[in-house]
Structure formats: structure tokens, C-alpha cells
Design a protein around this ligand. Structure first.
Ligand code: PBG
Ligand code: ZN
Length: 323
């Protein structure tokens, strides 16, 4: 007798029944870029469909997202004053802190607000920390990050997401939050963040490219899967609530490995370059954009991601691609 796996692929109803991987809108986190000012909606060239918003227009756009079922946002601050020590990053009236306050007062518990915690958009040199003799200083940077995280938490952020890759920052932030009565603010760690060329469009969006040098002395070397496990174990022990792999598409093996090795939720970040490549090829008519986007989303889920941070989320729900 011939074994016929095709029998279970015969009709759409049957394929839906035996599908091993499913997606849900609850898995999505949608990123937003917030700028100072009023009445601003400014498209980002290299990321079609993604814009800079001022706090007022952000509120309206988030309301639209929420109607589609997107109730988790990740905020990035752009356009603040840049200094050597990133002091604008932890100002209690920073663009992010203000946006968080407005979002939480408008939507309360219905909206889960996560903030990116890193200094690169707030430093003159564009590095993810305090620079001394061309080297990013680890422990002084952790102090700044802790203050930044606290300012977001005090503004009402539900979760902070450090993306800097300093050693010990999860512990530093956790302690700072706890000492200030913010023990319920969660931490999603960009645990496994590679030094990647896929962040290119984001650096335009966040105006955060390093002026000189690269990020290889803090972000991870993409040749080192064993080292990823070391980083994630440390973050877990330091108190991270969620671990993240970033970028996502070129690192499905790492997502899979992490899912097998931790009991924490695993998130992946489908980054700007991954997004822009799909949008560009789609616009040219070289690929079927909708199909490629959904294939990518299933790939993240199949690899083991429980949470997907993606610029595609809004369009997927708007156009009903998961219905
Ligand atoms: C800043 C930060 C970056 C991203 C998220 N936070 C860029 C970088 O590290 O250079 C990338 C996001 C994306 O590409 O979509 N630390
Ligand atoms: Zn950074």
C-alpha cells in the first residue's frame, strides 16, 4: 500500500483542520515612532506605510489600530535633543514619556504600552550608550538606561524593552524599577540582538545611525548561535519577563533554539530592512506581497515565536489577511 500524505491536503477545509501552525492578532506588537510637535504625520521614505506621529496624531492612529484588534504598541522616540550623555532620554517630559501618559489616559488597560529603551536616538554620536575614547562604556550606560526605563514606567508604560545590548542592563533596570515601586512594570529584553544590516531603514526612521564606527562591540556576531544562548540565560536570570530575537527572518534557527531552551515567552522582531525589502519587491510587482508577508508571519510562528513585533501588523488586520 502506498502512503499518501496528499490525502490530507485535498481541500481547503481539510488543510485548515490539520494546520500545525496558527496565527492570532493577539501575537502582534505594532511599533510607532513618536516625534515632538503637533499635528504631524510624516511618512518614512524607506518604510512605506510607516510614519512619524506627534502625540496628538498618534492617539488617533492608535485608536484606529485598536479597532482592528491591535492593542499592543512599541514606542520609539525620535527628534529629541541629542547630547553626549543622552540626558533627554530620561527627562520626565521626553517625547516618549509624554506620549505614554496621553495614551494611557485615553485608553487605560485596553492598550498595552511598551517603550524602547536605548540611547542611540538621543546621543550626538548615535551609539547605544555613553562613549569614551570610541568605546561604549558599559556600566555608566546601564545607569542611563535604568533612569530612562524608570521615566517611562512612571509615565505609565506597562513594559520597557531595552535594545542596547549592555551587560547587566536587565538587572540594573529591574532593580531601579523595584526600588521605585514599579515592580509590576515588565521587561522585554532584546536578548539576542545581532549587529545587522537589516536595521538600515530604521536608522533613517529613528535618526539613530552611529556617526562613526558600528555596533559590533555591543550587538551580537551573527555567526555565534551558542553565544545567543549565553546571552538569553543571563537575561532570564537577571529578571527579564520576555526574551526577544532580532532580526527575525534570517534568524529562524535562533528563534527555534530559544523556544526550546527557555520557559519564558519568546518574541521576534521582524525589523525594518525585512519589512522594506518585501514592500519594495511588492511595489515592483516582483512578488505577491500579501502572500509573502503571511508566509513570513507563519515562519516566525512555526519557528517558535509566541509574539511577533512587525510593521506589517496594521496592514494584515486592515486588509483581513488572517480572516
Ligand atoms: C535601537 C534600535 C534599533 C532597532 C530597534 N531599536 C536599531 C539599531 O540597533 O541600530 C531596529 C529596529 C528595526 O530595524 O526595525 N537600539
Ligand atoms: Zn540603540
Amino acid at each position: 500500500m502506498l502512503i499518501r500524505p496528499r490525502r490530507l491536503r485535498k481541500s481547503s477545509v481539510l488543510r485548515e483542520m490539520v494546520a500545525e501552525t496558527r496565527l492570532s492578532k493577539d501575537m502582534f506588537i505594532y511599533p510607532y515612532f513618536v516625534v515632538p510637535g503637533k499635528n504631524i504625520v510624516h511618512g518614512i521614505d524607506a518604510m512605506p506605510g510607516v510614519s512619524h506621529f506627534s502625540a496628538d496624531t498618534l492617539l488617533k492612529d492608535v485608536e484606529k489600530s485598536m479597532k482592528l484588534g491591535l492593542n499592543k504598541v512599541l514606542l520609539f522616540g525620535v527628534g529629541e535633543e541629542k547630547t553626549e550623555d543622552a540626558s533627554s532620554s530620561f527627562d520626565k517630559n521626553s517625547v516618549v514619556a509624554n506620549a505614554v501618559r496621553e495614551l494611557k489616559s485615553a485608553f487605560g488597560e485596553d492598550l498595552y504600552v511598551i517603550t524602547d529603551v536605548c540611547t542611540c536616538a538621543y546621543t550626538t554620536h548615535g551609539h547605544c550608550g555613553i562613549l569614551h575614547q570610541d568605546y561604549v562604556q558599559n556600566d555608566p550606560t546601564v545607569q542611563i538606561l535604568s533612569k530612562m526605563a524608570l521615566s517611562h514606567a512612571q509615565a505609565g508604560a506597562d513594559m520597557v524593552a531595552p535594545s542596547d545590548m549592555m551587560d547587566g542592563r536587565i538587572l540594573g533596570i529591574r532593580e531601579k524599577l523595584d526600588q521605585n515601586g514599579m515592580e509590576n512594570t515588565a521587561i522585554m529584553s532584546y536578548s539576542i540582538k545581532f549587529a545587522s544590516a537589516y536595521y538600515g531603514p530604521f536608522r533613517e526612521a529613528a535618526d539613530s545611525a552611529p556617526g562613526k564606527g558600528d555596533r559590533k562591540a555591543y550587538q551580537m556576531d551573527f555567526r555565534n548561535p551558542r553565544e545567543t544562548m549565553r546571552e538569553s540565560v543571563l537575561d532570564e536570570h537577571e529578571g527579564a519577563d520576555i526574551l526577544m530575537v532580532k532580526p527575525a527572518l534570517a534568524y529562524l534557527d535562533v528563534i527555534h533554539r530559544l523556544r526550546e531552551s527557555t520557559n519564558l515567552p519568546v518574541a521576534c522582531y521582524n525589523v525594518s530592512g525585512e519589512y522594506s525589502m518585501v514592500k519594495a519587491a511588492g511595489a515592483k510587482g516582483w512578488i505577491d506581497e500579501q502572500k509573502v508577508i503571511m508566509e513570513n508571519m507563519y515562519a516566525f510562528s512555526r519557528a517558535g515565536a509566541n509574539i511577533i513585533i512587525t510593521y506589517h501588523a496594521r496592514e494584515i488586520l486592515e486588509k483581513g489577511w488572517m480572516d
